[in-house]
Design a protein around this ligand. Structure first.
Ligand code: CA
Length: 222
């Protein structure tokens, strides 16, 4: 899951980026409204976390620009302005949810989870493909009751594959959703991580779940 974090306060931005990455999210950070708006309109994000009081452009303006381009990415506003009027204004402009600062990280995660499960993702925390299960809440991955230990990136890649069971995902799509914008698109990082996932998820078992579709990409099928 790739998140755009638009936040000008460096300490909050660093805190959120670090903790979200620990939860296997990929986070791009923009420090003002102009950069944030541009990033949201040009990249594919699964969610935008948007501070309302920003330099150059307000959160409200950013939402307007994203929605006027027909982008339906979920937007969660985080703001110190807790008054009802501001909240209603933001929701009317196209924000999906609103969280007043200060908030707990757990509450943020819960709100994000609710938005990410809407409408494309089935509302469940355990993904299952064949005899492989991945628990999005506890980060446990099991196959035939055997625990599989994955790195953060491997987990994020497997979660994205499993959420899109039987759908062929191109290398570009995987790069968009599982890696951040600093990744060199010409590196072999996708291939390398697919290979390491296969080693852990498929190699010890006779039935192979992760498939290469020649010239198109990868998919996971039970
Ligand atoms: Ca701010």
């Amino acid at each position: 899951m790739r998140i755009l974090l638009v936040e000008d306060e460096p300490t909050i931005a660093e805190f959120l980026k670090r903790h979200l990455e620990e939860k296997c999210f990929v986070v791009d950070h923009a420090a003002d409204g102009e950069v944030g708006s541009f990033a949201a309109r040009t990249n594919e994000y699964d969610l935008v976390l948007l501070d309302n009081l920003l330099p150059k452009k307000s959160g409200l303006d950013v939402i307007g620009e994203i929605r006027s381009r027909g982008r339906h990415v979920p937007i969660l506003v985080i703001s110190v302005r807790g008054d009802i009027e501001a909240k209603v204004e933001l929701l009317n402009a196209g924000a999906d949810d609103y969280l007043a600062k200060p908030f707990s990280f757990d509450e943020l995660l819960a709100r994000m989870g609710a938005l990410l499960r809407r409408p494309n993702h089935v509302a469940k925390t355990v993904q299952q493909v064949g005899d492989l299960t991945l628990n999005e809440a506890t980060y446990e991955v099991k196959r035939q009751k055997r625990d599989i230990a994955l790195t953060r990136k491997e987990f994020a890649l497997l979660r994205y594959l499993m959420r899109n069971e039987s759908i062929v995902l191109s290398r570009a799509m995987l790069l968009e959703h599982v890696w951040d914008m600093d990744t060199d698109p010409f590196s072999n990082t996708v291939e390398a991580h697919i290979a390491s996932l296969r080693k852990k998820v498929d190699a010890p078992f006779s039935r192979k779940l992760i498939q290469t579709v020649q010239g198109r990409g990868y998919k996971i099928t039970g």
